[in-house]
Design a protein around this ligand. Structure first.
Ligand code: KG4
Ligand code: ZN
Length: 332
């Protein structure tokens, strides 16, 4: 079994993990509290925090795995997509470490890694190829046809804001701390989702658009708080439930369309928003589908998914290059 060190630094989590094959030996995540005060990730501060965290996080994850550095067979890192300054920290470290240990580098696409997190051994189910994956994170919203671990095609995506961004921006308008997604999820569980109606634009094919929703929420809240300054506080649970429902309706409608059109009943969700309890519940209800819901800890950004994706590349002897540069936008 190959032992792979995975390094993730694409946004605001510095994470390092050791996998043996696709079994986790350690998976350490240092999140950055500094952004909460700004209501969103501040790229410059994220890079600096990665720079401070990367050495201790890697050292600690190796220690927790109970291995010696020279037992590592390859060093995998997130090449993109993500914040360039953040990616530079992980990629530079990975290159230096690979040179020091004289072990190969593996370049991983962060969005593919979210999908391949399903193949980490301790998930409750592991998808069979081909499957459809709804990948929903803070920066992306995609429906991907996954024919194999290194053969994936994006069949639909957001034309503007990502689903996670819609959650976070709605939260910010209601004075909920960043990242707002998990808190909206929590308040929504006690609210009435039919109380308010927020329209999400219906765009073509398997694509999404969430920027109109943001404007609709903004105008609605502005009007209501004019008459009642504590409108948001009084109705927070119903507002969260209604907003969440609009986002999930849009996601599920396009996912259902893709499942029917492609006639692929093997369906997975991935990315930070796949931690959403209502989305998970909706998937579980799909009796005609074979659904795959990742363990909570593999939904949001983590390095175990980077090492898992890298394990497939290692098996195929697809190695990285010391000269490659991180990519803020990275296609696949
Ligand atoms: O995948 P991820 O950790 O980072 C990116 O690659 O973007 O996703 C982060 C996003 C954030 O927008 C966060 O609000 C959202 O995932 N998120 C959630 C939940 N947990 C995280 N959104 C809705 N419900 C949740 N429970
Ligand atoms: Zn992510």
């Amino acid at each position: 079994m190959a032992i792979i060190l995975g390094i993730e630094s694409s946004c605001d989590e510095t994470s390092a993990s050791i996998l043996s094959g696709r079994k986790i030996l350690s998976n350490l995540i240092a999140d950055q509290k500094v952004h909460a005060a700004y209501g969103g990730v501040v790229p410059e501060l994220a890079s600096r925090a990665h720079q401070q965290n990367i050495v201790p996080v890697v050292q600690e994850t190796i220690k927790m795995a109970g291995i010696m550095p020279n037992q590592i067979d390859a060093i995998a890192y997130t090449r993109g997509p993500g914040l360039l300054g953040s990616l530079l920290v992980g990629s530079s470290f990975a290159k230096g470490y690979s040179m020091g240990l004289k072990k190969p580098l593996i370049e991983v696409n962060h969005m593919q890694a979210h999908i391949l997190a399903h193949f980490i051994e301790d998930n409750s189910t592991i998808p069979e190829f081909p499957f459809l994956c709804l990948t929903v994170s803070g920066g992306h919203t995609q429906i991907v046809k996954v024919d194999g671990p290194t053969s994936m095609k994006i069949i639909g995506e957001t034309l503007d804001d990502a689903a996670g961004e819609a959650f976070d921006k709605a939260a910010k308008m209601m004075d909920i701390d960043y990242p707002g997604g998990p808190l909206i999820d929590k308040y929504a569980s006690k609210g009435n989702s039919k109380r308010f109606h927020f329209k999400v634009a219906n765009v073509s094919d398997y694509n999404f658009s969430f920027s109109g929703l943001k404007t609709a929420i903004l105008y609605f809240l502005r009007n209501q708080t004019k008459n009642d300054p504590v409108f948001i506080q009084k109705n927070l649970e119903d507002l969260c439930a209604s907003i969440q429902d609009s986002i999930l309706n849009a996601l599920m409608q396009k996912l259902e369309k893709a499942v029917n059109d492609y006639n692929v009943k093997e369906v997975a969700i991935a990315g930070g928003v796949s931690a959403n309890s209502a989305l998970r519940a909706r998937l579980k209800k799909k009796e005609n589908w074979k659904t795959h819901i990742p363990k909570f800890e593999y939904c949001t950004d983590n390095a175990a998914m980077i090492a898992a994706a890298a394990s497939f590349l290692y098996e195929r002897k697809i190695f990285g290059d010391l000269q490659s540069v991180p990519l803020a936008r990275m296609k696949f």
